[in-house]
Design a protein around this ligand. Structure first.
Ligand code: NAD
Ligand code: WQD
Length: 353
């Protein structure tokens, strides 16, 4: 058995897929989640898919006592930290909730990690930290700026991690900046299950396809892009999950060389890495690919641009390839196929009662 990893937010969309990838790579995992935006059913299904129960603790990252109990009960190599709130619009309405949950929660987690001598962290950051990019593709040296509290909470955590790495060289802190995560596990058993009406494009399309929503509103058709609609870097969630395994392997490689060398090698400090496919796909291209792959017509109408949206956003994925030996393998067709399998097998998501 390989190292033991604490997965905060492991019941969520990206976390649940990553739990499977971690198990398949031989890691021992403990999931810590308050289920504020997820269902225990996701954990049950992950357990079924991997053929053994997942160790699950219901808890909040802002609860230091609860975290301390978990860290005292297990010897963790590191933490993969997905736990956070992620709805941009809600963050504008409830900024204190977002800063409290995402920033204060991460500080509490880091304090408990430090007190237990666990200094390896993989943090879920976001391409949102790049704001409206000056050049494309976006590499990790691009200027960072955010225009909403959700994005600010991610950027603030990145600053905290940078300061922490400067203050104490024994920390290894990787910030994975995800582009647009989409798709579902090929089994159709786990996938994205938004509360209420989806904010994001892919779950909106699949809910139109399954008949839960009438038609898609396409926000803007006058952007300076291939067809006037927004362009994004859609990354399949199982590729993203593999990116976390690759980051963990990288962290382990660093700590092994540290053990074997006579002189203490520095830890990796703060390391930001983009996880994207490197390809831009427009909203209309995604809608059309979904129809071709699934045979489902997606009625749509053009609507005004959505406040805060940018025209185009796609990653330079070179750093992930060079350092982590990771690159996206799955296509937009795979994304559409797997999203539709999940949505059609689970029209009500995890709400099976
Ligand atoms: P998600 O909401 O499905 O998963 C987040 C999980 O964290 C949920 O299970 C939720 O219950 C849990 N959680 C939230 N606050 C918590 C707290 N205080 N204590 C314990 N658990 C808590 O979201 P996701 O799409 O899987 O995203 C995972 C992470 O990746 C988030 O940090 C998100 O901001 C980040 N991210 C997501 C996207 C995206 O588009 N999905 C893009 C970039 C970054
Ligand atoms: C994609 C494109 C929309 C819905 C968001 C967050 C970002 C990150 C990923 C967490 C845009 C268009 C959408 C719809 C549409 N999350 N669209 N009709 O905005 O790129 O990124 O999720 O970190 O922080 O902001 O993703 O899926 O909402 O939108 O036309 O009903 O689809 O205008 O061009 P976005 P999205």
């Amino acid at each position: 058995m390989k190292n033991k990893i604490l997965v905060t937010g492991g019941a969520g969309y990206i976390g649940s897929h990553t739990c499977i990838a971690l198990h398949e790579a031989g890691y021992d995992i403990v999931v810590y989640d308050n289920l504020s935006n997820s269902s225990k059913e996701a954990i049950n299904r992950v357990s079924t898919l991997i053929g053994q129960p997942i160790e699950f603790v219901k808890g909040d990252i802002r609860d230091a006592e609860s975290l301390k109990q978990v860290f005292s009960a297990h010897q963790f190599f590191g933490v993969i930290h997905f736990a956070g709130l992620k709805a941009v619009g809600e963050s504008v309405a409830k900024p204190l909730l977002y800063y409290n949950n995402n920033v204060s929660g991460t500080i509490t987690l880091l304090e408990v990690m430090a007190s237990h001598g666990v200094k390896n962290l993989i943090f879920s950051s976001s391409a949102t930290v790049y704001g409206d990019p000056e050049t494309l593709p976006i590499d990790e040296k691009s200027k960072r700026s955010c225009t909403n509290p959700y994005g600010q909470s991610k950027l603030t955590v990145e600053h905290i991690l940078e300061d922490l790495a400067v203050s104490d060289a024994s920390w290894s802190l990787i910030a994975l900046r995800y582009f647009n995560p989409v798709g579902a596990h090929p089994s159709g058993q786990i996938g994205e299950d938004p509360n209420d009406i989806p904010n994001n494009l892919m779950p909106y399309i699949s809910q139109v396809a399954v008949g839960k929503l009438d038609k898609l509103n396409i926000f803007g058709n006058d952007y300076p892009t291939v067809d006037g609609t927004g362009v994004r870097d859609f990354i399949h969630v199982t590729d993203l999950a593999q990116g976390h395994v690759a980051a963990l392997n990288y962290l382990e490689g660093q700590s092994h060389s540290e053990k074997n060398s006579v002189e203490k090698k520095p830890s990796i400090g703060f390391l930001p890495i983009n996880l994207g496919s490197g390809k831009g796909t427009s909203v209309l291209e995604l809608v059309s690919a979904f129809t071709v792959i699934t045979g489902k017509n997606i009625p749509y109408q053009f609507a005004d641009r959505r406040a805060g949206d940018i025209a185009s956003c796609y990653a330079s994925a070179d750093k992930a390839k060079a350092l982590l030996e990771w690159e996206a393998k799955l296509s937009i067709s795979d994304v559409c196929q797997d999203t539709w399998r999940w949505q059609s097998m689970n029209p009500q998501g995890y709400n099976i009662s």
